[in-house]
Design a protein around this ligand. Structure first.
Ligand code: NAI
Ligand code: SOE
Length: 375
């Protein structure tokens, strides 16, 4: 039997992404042909009660009442940060100083300056790092990347990316950390727009400049018997030009009645085009521009075993993959990198690049003019 590569995991936070990351870790030794074994060693949350409950629910051996108690432990190799955005920077920097490898949820930071400091901290410490833009690991997206690299789309003219949800529409939804700039950095821009930007970077490369607009449609929301200010964007749209000259249109909004998780993109090139929508994440539409004009149009491919990671995660053709599978692929690649098998991707340099675009978008929305992206 092959010897095992053990990794001791420490997790901070146990909310929505704490759950998904936990399930994804359990998926890895079961579905991938790998020697990696993950020990869910210790979990921290905001207080003792939350941490104890989290350890029980997510099956960690131990809990501690604060993240400071977790990062100093000798029996933790990797720190996985699944907290609100304002805690990413302090935990990353402290964990790196303790020589822990780190996975951090997106967006990397509250702002560009903070993101750069985090990248510097992990680079100085010589630890491995990954930022959780997991949608890049969607098999349909990985397949699109291959098509672009193989010239199937030819010269790229357009990228049209959207992340549309309806989570903000109810004015009675109480204020949460996602509505506060001190905790989130930005609103729909960082929360969902960052996924679109990271995907555009992955597929098309750097963005030269942007022109943006944003709006907060509901400026006060309930907090207990009172209400509080929403000081982040509810929706943002921007145009951009990529370094390679392609033109981009982006939109992220929490106010899209009828849309749940419409993370979609269309790319039009000289040889072909693709269209993808996360609400139909097991399908990729492709138009081959070399086909006879009378037969040209988008045709549907069902993602399956012959697509990236299909062998591991879609052993039955057409069975489909899930959101948690994208997280599992990302974490699997990250853990492999700890044993010098491949590089973690996306890493903090990608997180910084996304943050640079977001900063240019915010500048443009407030100055009402084109702004260069300062990577
Ligand atoms: P959440 O609010 O559901 O969970 C946050 C967790 O952090 C809770 O367990 C909370 O008690 C804990 N926490 C708060 N303060 C803490 C402290 N001082 N010390 C330790 N733990 C503390 O939030 P959610 O939705 O899980 O988001 C967490 C992160 O994941 C965010 O950065 C968010 O942007 C990102 N996210 C990423 C997604 C993706 O698709 N990659 C999806 C959803 C969220
Ligand atoms: C917001 O509603 C949210 O949960 C984001 O925080 C995630 O990043 C996205 O994957 C789904 O939507």
């Amino acid at each position: 039997m092959r010897s095992k590569d053990y990794v001791n995991l420490g997790m901070v936070g146990s909310g929505m992404m704490g759950r998904y990351h936990s399930v994804a870790y359990s998926t890895i030794p079961v579905m991938f042909d790998t020697s990696i074994r993950i020990k869910k060693k210790v979990i921290a949350d905001a207080n003792e009660e939350l941490a104890r409950e989290a350890a029980e629910r997510l099956d960690f051996e131990e809990w501690v009442a604060s993240w400071q108690d977790l990062i100093g432990r000798n029996d933790v190799d990797v720190v996985d940060i699944v907290t609100p955005n304002d805690l990413h920077a302090p935990i990353v920097c402290a964990a790196a100083a303790q020589k822990k490898h780190v996975i951090c949820e997106k967006p990397l930071a509250l702002n560009l300056e903070q993101a750069r400091a985090m990248h510097e901290a992990v680079s100085r410490a010589g630890v491995k790092h990954c930022v959780s833009f997991n949608y890049q690991k969607t098999p349909a997206v990985l397949h699109t990347k291959k098509m672009i690299e193989n010239g199937k789309l030819g010269r790229i003219f357009h990228f049209r990316g959207q992340y549309l949800q309806d989570t903000g529409i109810n004015p009675l939804t109480p204020i949460g950390w996602r509505h506060q700039s001190s905790r989130a950095g930005s609103g729909s821009l960082g929360d969902t727009g960052s996924h679109v930007i990271s995907l555009a970077h992955f597929l098309l490369g750097s963005i030269r400049e942007v022109t943006a607009m944003s709006e907060t449609f509901i400026t006060r929301r309930p907090v207990g018997d009172s209400d509080g200010e929403v000081d982040v964007d509810d929706a943002v749209s921007f145009l951009c030009q990529f370094e390679k000259k392609a033109l981009g249109i982006f939109e992220a909004s929490r106010f899209c009645t009828g849309r749940k998780n419409r993370f979609s993109f269309e790319i039009n090139g000289s040889e072909g085009a693709v269209f993808f929508d996360w609400e139909r994440s097991n399908e990729l539409l492709f138009c081959n521009a070399s086909a006879a004009t009378s037969e040209q149009g988008f045709t549907r491919t069902v993602i399956g075993p012959s697509h990236p990671y299909g062998g591991a995660l879609q052993r039955i053709p057409g069975i489909g993959m899930s959101y948690v599978d994208t997280v599992a692929i990302m974490l699997y690649e990250f853990l492999q990198s700890l044993f010098d098998r491949g590089k973690p991707h996306p890493d903090f340099s990608d997180g910084v690049a996304v943050q640079a675009v977001m900063e240019a978008v915010q500048r443009s929305a407030s100055n009402k003019c084109w702004e260069k992206v300062c990577y």
